[in-house]
Design a protein around this ligand. Structure first.
Ligand code: SF4
Ligand code: SF4
Length: 99
């Protein structure tokens, strides 16, 4: 009898899962998806690269100014966002997906 109850309950109730990727769940507040930089505010001081525990950031001042992130090394800890003196790093809520 318990078995029949479970069958009828599941026949007439909403599914417990979403039809991903057609229906996506809204991210929770504070979700850490991927790192983003505002290059116009960056002074290329290199603090983020020095503090990154995964060595995912490379900053160069010479010969040309560059800031690069290795998404495959980044562990999304958010430490670089905290230490950046210009506050030009942010954590986006959408996840990194390779192109
Ligand atoms: S800490 Fe901030 S300002 Fe300095 S290089 Fe990193 S992103 Fe740029
Ligand atoms: S989020 Fe963490 S692991 Fe990723 S680049 Fe910043 S400090 Fe490094």
């Amino acid at each position: 009898m318990t078995f029949l109850n479970a069958i009828f309950r599941n026949l007439f109730s909403r599914p417990a899962t979403r039809r991903y990727p057609f229906v996506k769940r809204e991210p929770f507040p504070g979700t850490r998806g991927q790192l983003a930089i505002d290059p116009d505010r960056c002074i290329y001081c290199g603090i983020c690269a020095k503090r990154c525990p995964a060595n995912a950031i490379t900053v160069s001042k010479t010969p040309s100014k560059s800031w690069t992130l290795d998404n495959y090394r980044c562990v999304i800890c958010g430490y670089c966002v905290e230490v950046c003196p210009k506050k030009c790093l942010t954590m986006k809520q959408d996840y990194f997906s390779p192109k």
